[in-house]
Ligand binder design. Sequence first.
Ligand code: NIG
Ligand code: FE
Length: 435
Amino acid sequence: MSISGERQICDLLIEHASELLACQAYGNGAVRGPDLAKLEVIEDGAVAVTDGRIVAVGTTAQLAARFDARRRIDATGRLVSPGLVDPHTHLVHAGHRETEWEGRVTGRSRPGLERGIMATVRATRAARTAELRSRALADLDTMLAYGTTTAEAKSGYGLDTDTELRLLEITAGLNHPVELAVTYLGAHVLPPEFAADRSAYVDLVIGFLPEARVYAEYCDICCDPVGFTPDECRRIAAVATEYGFRLRVHGDQTGDGDGAALAAEIGAASIDHLDSVSAEGLARLAASDTVGVILPGVTHHMLEATPGLAEDGGTAPALFSDRPSWARRLVDSGAALALSTDYNPGTCATLSMQAVMQLAARLYRLTYAEIWHMATINAAAALNRADRVGSLEPGKQADLVIWDVSTHGLLINRFGTNLAHRVIKKGNIVTRDGA
Ligand code: NIG
Ligand code: FE
């Protein structure tokens, strides 16, 4: 509240929100441990925006006393939250793998990840640039309509320098309201052409780093039994850091690959998956600033096959009935945790963070407060953007969603329809009623 009592003019005043969630962090970066349960809910909330930035957040009465507005939005009966942040997507790719999924669903076949990934690699290598670009733009439209205003997008379905370059060029050139953090994932899996010489492929990934850096902010490395060893990852990470990349890790998905300890050691912004993280790895993660990104959409999509993914005829995979206790261990460790789709055609074919939040409750038994923090401020922290997006606080970018539900719990409780009413990016209304 201004002490002078002088009235100010703002560009936009959203008022009378039945609930307004600020999702602010309590310190720097991410919300952790017991703080995850402390979600501040402002009833009859309001937010004032000028020049695409938030200037004030409070009750409608507080803001009405301070601001005259050039434009007002009446959010009566509606929840207002920060725009959702999706910190892990394989946005640009070609083809679908619905037949593979039917095999998994019916139990007829259970291909390992490498086989599935290579199917998408073949489709992506063969696709025309215009085709890849227009599908990515359509996917971004969907993400935005569902409330995601900032996302990460990685390459990794090229696995040769020509296609990886094409994917990065396309991604960096996408002109869309969803703000993207671009990631080079050359070290996704070992392409079969290099089966006889792993280190030649690691050299190829390293040799491509300077070109990739023109387009990408992050370098992602898959430190997992299905991907690369910690030593191979260290080699890539050391050179990537010299070129100014920030690091991300896919890790401990199909088994404990020492990914969490590696991610903490190399100072990665995030380690994503963590299904098979060891107690030691989790302790290292919790003591670091690395954000653990957990992926309930993958748990859902991979059925009983996460963790312990097995090729046809392999050992029976673990049931996901243990996921709630696994998730609780992660929260209790004090690690910074975020949620994401991991949008890709194999392990999670959704663009909807709403669905992910609903699955986080259902499959991981996280609380509404935990889930909201993990899909907003903590997801922003996983992209080193918590100072700019992920919460509704004065000075931050005015990225927010007005929802067609009245409470933050209902957004997680209701499922199967798009609940976003209006999506606002940098103070502009970019979607109405899903369009
Ligand atoms: O789930 N280790 C990488 N795994 C990818 C798989 C993507 C796919 O199946 O195409 C992931 O992120
Ligand atoms: Fe992924």
